[in-house]
Every structure is written in structure tokens, then in C-alpha cells.
Design a binder for this molecule. Structure first.
Ligand SMILES: [Zn+2]
Length: 192
């Protein structure tokens, strides 16, 4: 039988138990006393990803640098979520974390993380678009960037192979890399 240890009193519960049989707390949560540690680790990961993006930029691997900046920005959305719960001393239900961290309900895998992050940036919104539309547009742009920089795809509509780097000059690639690295560094500064 698979056992599920209570995060608060350590009592052993069966896997399908929702509340601890000993103390009554919800079992499938990230306990609030673990949130601060999560904040520190995700910050360290964000920093490390930015360092990798910087190295790639210095080596003129501009679009790969851009991808690592996107990974960093996505990762740094996590401390925002963790901090919000930490300051209220609230456990995070695991299902909630899973939904946000993996974005299973969205066609773009990291949409929720982007949304949180973009909101935290207090973006200047284009006057013709609502805030939600802008956030969605940016999130989709970055998902597209990741998919088409890292992979070659068969573009049915155009009846040809598509690989994004072939559509951008080196100058354009450098600008994308620089802009994203700037955003990632700003995002990191905001956390520290
Ligand atoms: Zn318990």
C-alpha cells in the first residue's frame, strides 16, 4: 500500500486519503514551512539560467540565449506565487501548483507562468488591446519562439520546413537576445 505522510504531523495516511486521519489537515499540499526554501531555490535557478543566457549571448548564439532568458523569466514567476502564499502562511494545494507550474489546461505549456510574470512587470499595454489580450499575445509569442528556435517543423500552411533563425538577420537575433536578457535581469533584480 502506498502511504502519504502528513506534512504537518508526519502521521502515515493511505494514498487516497484527502485529510490527515490524525490532525485533519489537507494532505496533498506544499506545506507553507517549505515555501521559503522553494523561493530561494527557484531564485538560484533563475540566476543560473540568466548566466547561461549571458554566456550564449557573448558567444553570439543569440536565439539560444533568448530561449534561456525565457526559461529564466518563467522560473522567476514561481517565487511570486510562493511569496504570496508564504506571506499569508498558507499551504499551496499541490493540484494548484501543478496547474500553474505545468499549465496542463492551456495549449501553451507555460502560459500561466507567463501570465503571472507579465502581470508582475506592470507592462505598458498597447491602447487597442486589453491587458489580458496583451499578456496572452506575449505569452504565445514566446512559446512560438521556443518551439521554432529549438525545433525544425513542417509548416503545412506554407508547404515547407520552417526554422525560425533562418527568418531573422544576425542584427535582429541580437536584438531579441538583448531585449529578453534585459527583461530576465530586471525580473531577477525585482526578486532580490
Ligand atoms: Zn497530520
Amino acid at each position: 500500500m502506498v502511504l502519504n505522510n502528513c506534512p504537518h504531523c508526519s502521521a502515515k495516511n493511505t494514498r487516497n486519503e484527502i485529510l490527515c486521519s490524525n490532525c485533519g489537515t489537507q494532505l496533498d499540499v506544499i506545506p507553507c514551512e517549505n515555501l521559503e526554501n522553494g523561493i530561494q531555490i527557484t531564485k538560484r535557478n533563475g540566476k543560473s539560467l540568466i548566466e547561461t543566457a549571458t554566456l550564449l549571448n557573448c558567444n553570439k548564439k543569440y536565439l539560444h540565449s533568448a530561449i534561456f532568458s525565457i526559461f529564466a523569466i518563467e522560473e522567476m514567476a514561481k517565487p511570486h506565487l510562493l511569496s504570496a502564499n508564504y506571506s499569508q502562511k498558507k499551504d499551496i494545494p499541490y493540484a494548484e501548483w501543478d496547474r500553474i507550474a505545468r499549465g496542463r489546461n492551456r495549449k501553451s505549456p507555460h502560459f500561466e507562468k507567463w501570465k503571472t510574470y507579465m502581470e508582475s512587470l506592470k507592462l505598458n499595454i498597447h491602447p487597442d488591446l486589453t491587458k489580458d489580450e496583451t499578456i496572452e499575445m506575449i505569452a504565445e509569442y514566446y512559446v512560438r519562439l521556443k518551439n521554432n528556435v529549438l525545433y525544425v517543423n513542417w509548416e503545412k500552411r506554407l508547404n515547407k520546413w520552417y526554422w525560425l533563425p533562418e527568418d531573422y538577420s544576425e542584427t535582429e537575433q541580437e536584438k531579441i537576445s538583448r531585449d529578453l536578457l534585459y527583461s530576465a535581469r530586471k525580473g531577477y533584480e525585482r526578486l532580490t
